[in-house]
Design a protein around this ligand. Structure first.
Ligand code: PEP
Length: 252
């Protein structure tokens, strides 16, 4: 069984000083290391302060919410993988549905971001998930499989050891309307078999598959009861230290 991974995606929330206050508060609430890899993904502007507040050898790792595929250059507004590594980021969310929907991200560029992350020692968390229209048209599996094929194109078994995949049905993100644990578990199984077909069975058995979409302290145990699901990507409920601590305590 892969080690569980729990990621708090703060989206465009919290200034640097608010990030520091969050970390201090969370440390008060969770004093021992949980049996899971715990990641917070603040906005770029709060990464350095968050790194300093976490301190060395923290049980919490830092993640970024996006990355550009080039190392440097004329890409106004973008941030590269080496810039994130220098701030001690270990993870990066790639292809979040909000980036696909609001910023026109396509699988082709998402795949380049996955590769650039790996090249520079960042673990990408590749987000996939169907829209409500796709779900209602019975196209959930084909939509997710297409995103996987695009995002993971050209990756090797060795690459996959550092990749996590988050299944996030778009209709469940920030809506309070989560997928049922059975549905999420079924999709996680489908994702794993797609990785086995496209890459290898070794890659499939090691890759961490998370569920995301209105996860909270009350429902985390139902998702984690599914053996196909290795962790969670949490948006809204990761913003409040009390809520996030309640989720993390599942692994104490
Ligand atoms: C997300 O941001 O990836 C997410 C799942 O958000 P929420 O938990 O708020 O639905």
């Amino acid at each position: 069984m892969p080690r569980p991974l729990i990621v708090g995606n703060w989206k465009m929330n919290k200034t640097a000083s608010e990030a520091v206050a969050f970390i201090r508060d969370l440390y008060e609430r969770v004093s021992a290391s949980p049996h899971a890899d715990v990641v917070i993904a603040p906005p770029f502007t709060a990464l350095e302060s968050a790194r300093n507040a976490l301190g060395p050898s923290s049980w919490i790792s830092l993640g970024a919410q996006d990355v550009h595929w080039e190392t440097y250059g004329a890409f106004t507004g973008e941030v590269s993988a080496p810039m994130l590594r220098e701030l001690d980021c270990r993870y990066v969310i790639v292809g979040h549905s909000e980036r696909r929907t609001f910023f026109g991200e396509r699988d082709e560029n998402i795949q380049k971001k996955v590769l650039a992350s790996l090249r520079h020692g960042l673990s990408p968390i590749l987000c996939v998930g169907e829209s409500l229209a796709e779900r209602e048209a019975g196209r959930t599996e084909s939509a997710v499989t297409a995103q996987l094929s695009g995002g993971l194109a050209g990756l090797t078994t060795q690459d996959l050891a550092a990749v996590a995949i988050a299944y996030e049905p778009i209709w469940a993100i920030g809506t309070g309307r989560n997928a049922t644990p059975d549905d999420a578990g079924g999709m996680a199984e489908k994702i794993r078999s797609t990785v086995a077909d496209r890459i290898s069975s070794e890659a499939a058995s090691g890759v961490r598959i998370l569920y995301g979409g209105s996860v909270n302290a009350a429902n985390i145990k139902d998702f984690m009861a599914k053996s196909e699901i290795d962790g969670a990507l949490v948006g809204g409920a990761s913003l409040d230290p009390d809520n996030f601590a309640s989720i993390v305590r599942y692994w104490m």
